[in-house]
Structures are given as C-alpha cells and as structure tokens.
Design a protein around this ligand. Structure first.
Ligand SMILES: [Mn+2]
Length: 427
C-alpha cells in the first residue's frame, strides 16, 4: 500500500497526542535553559541523508546470504523503497547508485520517477573490484594501480562511463573506492602503485563536469591484508590535493582500525577544506556495516559535534559534506535497518546541536578539563527523542517509523507484490 503523510496522521493519532505532550515538556525545559528549540528543530529538519541502492536488499557475507523476500528487483523498485523511507523518516533526500550493480539504462524514465517522488541521485559509485567476464581484463591484481596500462585504461573508462550515467541523472558526485592492494610483502612497489593510481585518477578528474566533486574513500585493509593503495585519510588527502579543488576525502566510519579517533580526522579534514562526504555505518571490529549508532553511539555524537562545530566556525572553510549511509548486512529487514540508521543519525546530530559551544570554548581555553567533559556529557545524556520525533512529524513523516512500518505490514506487502524470491542486486 502507498503510505503518505495523511495516512500516517490518521493512523498515529494517539501516539502523536502523547508526543505533543512530551515535546511541550521537553521544549519548556530547554527554553528555560536558554536554548532556542525552534532553531534546533529547523536544523534537524534540514538534515538529509542519502540511501545507497545496495542497502535495500539483504547483504551477504562470504559464508552465505539469507534473502528476506520482496527485495527490489530493479532500480525503479529501489527508488520506490527509498521513497517509502523518505515518507516514514522524513530524513532521506536521495539515492546513491552503484554501477554496474544498477545500470540506469532508461535515464529519462528514472529522472521522471525521481521527480514524482521528490528524490534525487546525488552520488554515483564506480566498481573496479569485480571482474565482468571480459577475458582480456582482470582486476585480480588491481585496477587504477595495475602494472598493465591496458587494465588501468579499462578501469579509467569504467569510471568515465559512471560519470556519463551520473550526468544523465543529474548527479554531482563520483565516489571512488578502490580495492587495490597487496597481500604479501614484496608484492607491490608502494611508490609506483601510488603514482599509477594518482595518474589514473587524474584522467577521471579531468572528465568530471566542473561542478562535480570526486570523493576519494580510504580503507585500511580488506579485501587485501598486507597493504591497501589508499589505506588512510592521509593518502586520500594527498591524492585530493594533487588532483584539484573538487577532489575531497570520504570518511567511511567502518574504514578505520579499532579505536581510531575518527572525530579528530573529521576535524582535521574540515580544517583543510577537504571533507567531502560521509559513509555512515556501525562497527565493532572493522568494516562490519552494521546499523549506524548501534555499537558506539558516543563516538557518533562526538563526530557530529566536530561536524557541527566545524560548520559553524567561520575560520573553517565552508563545507557541506554529503551524508550517506553505507551499510548492508544479513539478518535484519534492510528497510527497518535503514530506518534505525536514519533515526540514530538524527539523534546523534540532535545531541551535538545541544552542546553549548561557547561554554565549551571557554572551558577549553581555561584548561578546565572536567567542565569541558561535563558539557559534552550533558548534551550526550539528554533524551532527545521528543526533538527527533518533532522534526519528523513537522516534515510529514511518522512519529515512530518502525512502529508504522510494522503496523502497515510493509514487508508482507512487498513479498506479496514482488514475490518471496525477489533478490536485490548488490553484494
Ligand atoms: Mn563506504
């Protein structure tokens, strides 16, 4: 069934009444402390997150995949699913495409459908980490870094093809993540592998429309376990600086070694004017791609604090990073997972907005360690659910999207319409 704002309003009357009472109490308390609650709601409403086309089906691991049924069978159905997420959470604005998992053959029809749902495609992602059955070209030993100029050319051409698809869909970002790396000492000449990668990226960069951004994503290990050509933010930053102003760094929360101080990386990249985007997900050990905020909510809050602080600091170059979810896993209903991620992202952002930045700055300058930490804890421990719900309701979304999703039996309906065996393309 088609869910819309009016249907949600009539289905959620009791919950909305309860919410209104709770929000009034919340609002009164914060206002008495001098907080501009209306400004907070407006800032929260402005946060829009991009959903990746590959997260709409169950992901697999190398050990198995357990499809849930009713998964979108083509790009049109994926756009329908993202539209549903937009309706429920009121925090999704666009869908990110992975090519060739999604080849947008009929771009006019896709653009038309996006328009009907008031959605966009912001970013397109290339894929040179798999072979496509061409007997003459294999990415087994790398793509943009490959020792063979013919393989590098093929990988460059694929990225240019992705840019052309993106132009037809009015996208504005090319995201490049390379699986290039080595598994054993001696396998790679590190300097040459880097130089070949930079030369290949430069060929893509010059093919990009001038208003586009190229986001260079890093990852410390996997699929290769001895070295990755772009293992860390330093390498992404160096590549971006060599390429030009429209090349920036993409931070994927799962692409760090355990206990890395990601909030500090965010702060540095903002200071250098090179934070281009985010891939949100949750991580326990590595690139686990779990629900955003499910494992380390305090870290997510600290990251959002750095983002908020950087965006409001006039001495930091203006940045509006692209916010994307990059998660995919095996055991949850993928749509419920994405709803949870959207809510957790908004929750962390809401808490970050509550940090008294002026007071924090004072405590930092005075070297008042305890007070600085207390200010952070005060914001983090605040129960901001009334604020998050208010932002959703005012934007036409549900007051409690998971409850609504289950009440309308969305998955059951999707299975009825698409079949129990419908499996999404992707991982
Ligand atoms: Mn990613």
């Amino acid at each position: 069934m088609m869910i819309n704002s009016d249907i949600l309003i009539s289905a959620e009357q009791d919950q909305r009444k309860l919410h209104a009472e709770r929000f009034a109490v919340f609002s009164e308390q914060l206002s008495s402390e001098g907080v501009d609650v209306e400004a907070l709601v407006a800032e929260l409403m402005a946060l829009e997150i991009e959903v990746p086309s590959w997260a709409l089906g169950t992901g697999g691991t190398r050990f198995g995949r357990f499809p849930i049924g009713g998964e979108p069978g083509d790009l049109f159905q994926k756009i329908e699913d993202v539209s549903l997420l937009k309706t429920l959470t009121a925090s999704v604005g666009s869908i990110s495409l992975h090519i060739p998992w999604d080849i947008p053959k009929d771009s006019a029809a896709i653009v038309q459908l996006l328009k009907e749902y008031d959605l966009r495609i912001d970013s397109v992602n290339s894929n040179t980490f798999q072979d496509y059955g061409d007997p003459d070209v294999s990415y087994k030993f790398g793509s943009l870094c490959h020792t063979d100029a013919g393989v590098r050319r093929k990988a460059v051409d694929h990225n240019i093809e992705v840019i052309r698809y993106g132009e037809a869909l009015h996208a504005r970002i090319l995201t490049v993540w390379l699986s290039d790396g080595s598994d054993f000492p001696g396998q790679h000449n590190f300097r040459r592998a880097y130089s070949r990668t930079l030369d290949s990226l430069a060929l893509l960069y010059e093919q990009m429309p001038s208003q586009w951004n190229m986001l260079v994503e890093y990852k410390p290990y996997e699929p290769h376990f001895y070295s990755m050509v772009i293992p860390d933010w330093g390498t992404s930053l160096a590549l971006s600086q060599s390429l030009g102003n429209n090349a920036k760094v993409l931070v994927d929360l799962g692409h760090h070694l355990p206990n890395t101080n990601i909030e500090q990386i965010v702060s540095r990249l903002m200071l250098f004017g090179r934070l281009g985007g985010f891939h949100f997900n949750g991580s326990m050990y590595g690139d686990d791609d779990l629900t955003t905020g499910s494992i380390k909510p305090y870290q997510l809050f600290l990251i959002f604090h750095e983002l908020n602080d950087g965006m409001k600091d006039n001495s930091v170059p203006a940045a509006s990073p692209a916010w994307m979810i990059d998660a995919s896993h095996n055991i949850k209903d993928p749509l419920e997972d994405l709803i949870q991620s959207c809510l957790n992202i908004r929750t962390a952002y809401a808490k970050a907005l509550l940090v008294d930045r002026a007071m924090l700055h004072g405590a930092q300058e005075a070297n008042d360690v305890v007070m600085a930490e207390e200010i952070m804890q005060k914001a983090f421990q605040c129960d901001v659910r009334p604020l998050v719900r208010e932002a959703m309701v005012r934007k036409g979304g549900s007051v409690d999207p998971i409850v609504a999703y289950r009440k309308f039996e969305v998955r059951k309906n999707l299975i009825k319409n698409r079949g129990a065996r419908s499996v999404a393309t992707g991982l």
